[in-house]
Structures are given as structure tokens and as C-alpha cells.
Design a protein around this ligand. Sequence first.
Ligand code: 6PG
Length: 244
Amino acid sequence: MTTDAEIRVLPDAPAASIAAADAVIAALKGAIVRHGRATIALSGGSTPRAMYAHFADASHASIEWDRIHLLWGDERCVPPGHPRSNFGMARDAFITSIPIPASNVHRMQGELPPERAAAEYREVLHALFGDGMPRIDVVHLGVGTDGHTASLFPFDPALDETDRTVCVTHQSETGEDRLTLTLPVINAAARVDFLALGAEKAGIVRTVLYGDRDPARVPAQGVAPTSGTVVWTLDAESAQQLRP
Ligand code: 6PG
């Protein structure tokens, strides 16, 4: 499989995190210029923490956070104060440091029963985007070494979802229930930003970008926006196995 994604390789993780933050902020500013507001679905895990911290940098002080809506691409089914909460990680990394109205922060309610939380988040998206498939301006994603992205895990039935925007999935490794945007929503995005850092991600990055296409086995390969762009921000370590 070849890729038509834009691939940016920075020397190291700190430089990649800054570059990724700058690119996301620029995309959000562009969306505000185009249609008066911007929406971003945030990823979780550990990789984006440093990038998120840069959202609060003085260099980005001009961004109009009151015109930006924060969504989540996925969430663990835990309360917001739980150490594994993706919302909690973002809150601590930057949300408490920026002037964003609480009404613009739309966390997935991981503390609720999973199916109820998924239904509730489908309503959040409907309230923000109206009928039809939401077109999120920026969907930020990471990738697991097993090829999962958001909380779409290999061979999960949610990978075949064509209508619902949010589903419950299950991560067998941790036994966790998860909430996740589905591929139709991700692929309706105007821009998808992947951030993958470190040597441990080198193999999966090569597989996703240049391996045989098998989205059931490698869910990140299912990310192919209909009319959006895909940008991969890597560091030298995660890019070390790339070949055209
Ligand atoms: C999550 C994420 C998930 C993450 C990958 C990579 O909830 O865990 O949304 O998709 O991006 O698992 O995680 P790391 O950044 O910790 O490697």
C-alpha cells in the first residue's frame, strides 16, 4: 500500500510535538476564518501530552478558544478524575491553562454505563453538527503498536459501523470498555493528524503507511478521509523504517 498522506519527520519527540501543535493550531485558525468556529477531536494515550501542553504556549495566545469546540476521538470508560481518563490527561496538559468556555469542552462521559455514554455523545455531535455525518475540522489520532487508532481495535465489530457516530468497544489487553468515534466520522473530517513518536512505533507506522491494506487487522489503515487531508507527524525514531 502506498500513501497519499503528508508525512513530516522531525529530529526528535520534542520537535515533533511542537510541530504537531503548531500545525493543529494553524488548522483550527483556518477553520475559524472559513466558518466562524473550529472543532477538534482529541486523542488520548501518552503521546499527545507534550503536544497538548504547547497549545497553551504564549506563541498561541492569539487563538480564539471561545470559537473552538473540544471533542474527543475516544475515551476509556472511567470517571474524568481517573488516571486513565483521556479527558483528564488533556485537562491537566492544557485545558486548565486556556480561556475556553466550559460549554465548548465536550468530554465523553466515561463514568456512565458505556452504551448510555455512547448514545449521549451521539447527541452531543448531533447538537453541534446537526443531521448527517459530522464534519470535524481536525481529528487528532495516535496509533497503537497493534494498529489500533482512537479506540478502534483490530477485528472489532465497530470497524464495520456505517451509521452510528460513536460506539462502545472493548480493549482485550486491559479489559477496558471504551468509547470511540467510528470510521465514518473520522473519514468525514476535514483533516486527520496522526502523531506517532519513538522507536516502538516504527514498525506499525511502516505497516500502516506501506503495508498490505487490511483495515480489519490494522484499523489505522481504515482512516482515509473522503475529502480531507491526512498528516503524519513523526520523529526520526518512529520514521526509521519508512520506505516509499
Ligand atoms: C487511547 C488513544 C489511543 C492511543 C494509542 C497510542 O485512548 O489510548 O486514543 O488510540 O492514541 O493507544 O497510545 P500512546 O500514545 O500511549 O502510545
